[in-house]
Design a protein around this ligand. Structure first.
Ligand code: MG
Length: 340
């Protein structure tokens, strides 16, 4: 989990991070970009101006030649998150309050941690059912993309039967299909009342997603592999998606996520951020933006944070501590070998 800790002369520390799940050379590239490219540009700046610093870090260093996506944008995401954390800590309020959020907003958590592709069918169905019947969630997401699409549809059918007709079910292919396969199979999702089909095709295939969106009734969702509002705009203008799923740890931090949320609002499309180990900060943006009312839930990293997000009966509890919720516990940093 590469990230950054920004220290200020007033003693406030801001935490932000991004991630690849790779822990190898790619993480080194990210920390190098944060420390060597963006770090020097922050010295002497006012950290309470994340919008202005986002503009500076996006335009001053000539990073557009080495990537307007991927490493540079993920590194910028970590820095932006830390700056918003500082701004909210300096104002002594939780970030959602700084962003004008209404604490009465009910933010739904939908659970993905019961629907992994490698789960045997019986366990998949049982785990999804438990989330709905015992844990209080009203929506779950399951993965598809088995070698034989027929197996996927047996699994979707079994999960729908297991969770009942009322619960919402999302399906995520993680870009495993190509257009001919998707066109042959995906019209079947409507039989199982699937709320959205996520990332059916390769991440950059705008035209393919547009063709699929036109051919099937099930709405399309994507965005976890897009890196800026410009990328989202291409899909939106091509009518290639229905749910926008930005990830603050990849698409430019809180600043980038809010730009994508504004785009969704402008086009009347709901925004449902991807988890990306970043529920901690994203919950603040979701509470504060009218295009958002739900957030993915995968509780893998909660033990690492001073104030982990919590969910009760399928609803996110409103964070109360000052900041963006990204402050890492020192023992978690030690245990995971995190050096910020
Ligand atoms: Mg996904």
């Amino acid at each position: 989990m590469p990230g950054c800790r920004i220290l200020t002369d007033s003693g406030i520390e801001g935490f932000g991070y991004t991630g690849t799940h790779a822990r190898l050379a790619s993480d080194k590239l990210l920390t190098s970009c944060i420390g060597e490219v963006f770090g020097p540009l922050l010295i002497g700046e006012d950290p309470r101006k994340p919008d202005a610093l986002y503009k500076k870090l996006s335009s001053d260093p000539p990073t557009h030649w080495i990537g307007r996506a991927g490493v540079t944008q993920m590194a910028l995401s970590a820095v932006d998150l830390a700056l918003w954390d500082i701004k909210a800590k300096d104002a002594r309020v939780p970030l959602w309050q700084l962003l004008g959020g209404n604490p009465a907003n009910k933010i739904e958590a939908y659970n993905t941690d019961c629907g992994w592709l490698d789960r045997p069918l019986d366990k998949l169905v049982d785990d999804c059912r438990k989330m709905i019947e015992e844990e209080g969630f009203s929506a779950v997401k399951m993965k598809v993309g088995k070698a034989d699409p027929q197996e996927d549809f047996k699994r979707v059918e079994a999960v729908r039967k297991g969770i009942g007709a009322e619960a919402r079910l999302m399906v995520d292919a993680n870009a495993k299909w190509d257009l001919p396969v998707a066109l042959e199979w995906c019209h079947r999702f409507v039989n199982f009342d699937v709320t959205w089909l996520e990332e059916p095709l390769w991440h950059d295939d705008v035209q393919g997603h547009a063709s699929l969106a036109e051919a099937i009734e099930t709405p399309l969702a994507l965005g976890e592999s897009l890196y800026s509002v410009d990328h989202f705009k291409e899909f939106v203008l091509a009518k290639a998606l229905h749910y926008l799923q930005p990830d603050a740890s990849r698409c430019g931090g809180i600043t980038g996520l809010l730009q994508v949320a504004d785009l969704g609002l402008e086009h009347g499309l709901p925004v449902s951020p991807h988890h990306g180990d970043m529920m901690q900060a994203q919950i603040h943006a979701v509470i504060s933006h009218p295009a958002c009312n739900q957030l993915e839930y995968i509780p893998w990293t909660l033990h690492c944070f001073e104030e982990p997000v919590s969910v009760r009966d399928g609803i996110y509890q409103i964070p109360q501590s000052p900041g963006a919720g990204t402050t890492l516990k020192s023992d978690a940093m030690e245990a995971h070998g995190i050096r910020l």
